[in-house]
Write a protein that binds this ligand. Structure first.
Ligand SMILES: [Zn+2]
Length: 338
């Protein structure tokens, strides 16, 4: 039910990349659950500590354009990494990147990325088997068909869903993206897949929606590529967040019930999130729990299996949000009363 493997993470610092996505977000969550007297003694009933690393290049190619996949699996990988992780600024200088402090070569990050995508796929398998699965990893929703950005090299959500669909594991799926940032890459990739319907509730302004909807040549900015249900929330509207999310899920339901729901459960709308670009949306810890419970109970009431991924969360406090929801949901599913 909870998939946690400390080796299946992208440890940016190991590669000299100073993105504040800390390994402690996952390890502290795991520790808090194990330290709970009711859950710790029952970990054999909820903890999955590893999974098969079976996602390969062919799986990547279902979600991404051939020219991009050729770059990732050829000489273009280093440049693709530099772009996706924003390691070079406009003047050509290193940005948030200190290769002299790296413990491992940058190109090795591809192996970590593929492991994470395998985790998202295993999470889908777990959800279809048990009704609920939560992977402490994944959620790279900014990777588009032909490029990566926003710390997302490839889109594990779309890759894992399209792999599972190709294998006949489901016919119809929803994606519910509750990360602070818009799921722009997911919207564009899934536009070609009418059986997979996407909802994104996100900051109304700020990255990736901080550049105009249309470029100077009249073409659409890919970050504005429309999803099926898009719900922008402006600064100061935090009290409206969950009611709007509930209304959006009711909208999604009009497309018919799916066999599987993929929840991109970023915790960066939290007021203690430390990424500067999330400062405009500030849900309290209580509002974050209300959000997660609203999604969970909506799906539970309808008997829909759900696969949740951790997605975005930055700084020292974000683990609290994963931990409070997991503590609640694992006890609920295991029949442990608080
Ligand atoms: Zn985010």
């Amino acid at each position: 039910m909870l998939i946690y493997n400390p080796e299946a993470v992208i440890s940016f610092l190991k590669y000299g990349i100073l993105i504040p996505s800390l390994d402690t977000r996952k390890s502290n969550t795991y520790r808090a659950l194990m330290d709970d007297p009711d859950l710790g003694s029952e970990s054999h009933r909820w903890l999955v500590s590893d999974f098969s690393r079976i996602v390969d290049e062919n799986d990547i190619r279902r979600a991404h354009r051939a020219d991009y996949a050729d770059r990732l699996f050829g000489d273009g990988l280093e440049k693709a990494l530099m772009e996706a992780y924003e390691l070079i600024d406009e003047k050509g200088n290193y940005n948030r990147y200190e290769p002299e402090n790296a413990e491992a070569p940058l190109l090795d990050i591809m192996k970590d990325v593929m492991n994470v995508v395998s985790g998202s796929y295993a999470n889908i398998q777990g959800a279809l088997k048990d009704g609920f699965s939560y992977f402490l990893g994944g959620g790279m929703h900014h990777a588009h068909p032909g490029f990566g950005h926003g710390f997302c090299l490839v889109n594990d959500i779309c890759i894992s869903l399209l792999k599972a669909k190709a294998e006949g594991l489901f016919n119809k799926a929803w994606i519910i993206d509750i990360d602070a940032h818009r799921g722009d890459g997911t919207a564009e990739i899934m536009a070609d897949h009418p059986d997979i319907t996407s909802l994104s509730i996100h900051m109304a302004s700020g990255w990736p929606l901080d550049s105009p909807e249309y470029r100077e040549d009249g073409s659409l900015n890919p970050s504005w590529f429309p999803g099926d249900v898009d719900i922008p929330v402006a600064s100061g509207e935090e009290g409206e967040y969950t009611p709007r999310l509930m209304a959006a899920m009711a909208e999604l339901e009009k497309t018919g019930h799916p066999d599987l729901v993929f929840v991109v459960a970023g915790v960066d709308p939290y007021e203690k999130d430390e990424l500067p670009s999330t400062a405009v949306l500030n849900l309290t810890k209580e509002q974050m729990l209300e959000r997660d419970q609203a999604v969970y109970t909506f799906l539970e009431e309808r008997g829909l299996p759900s696969a949740w991924v951790a997605a975005g969360g930055y700084g020292a406090s974000s683990w609290e949000i994963h931990a409070q929801f997991l503590n609640w949901v694992l006890k609920r599913r295991l029949g442990i009363s608080d």
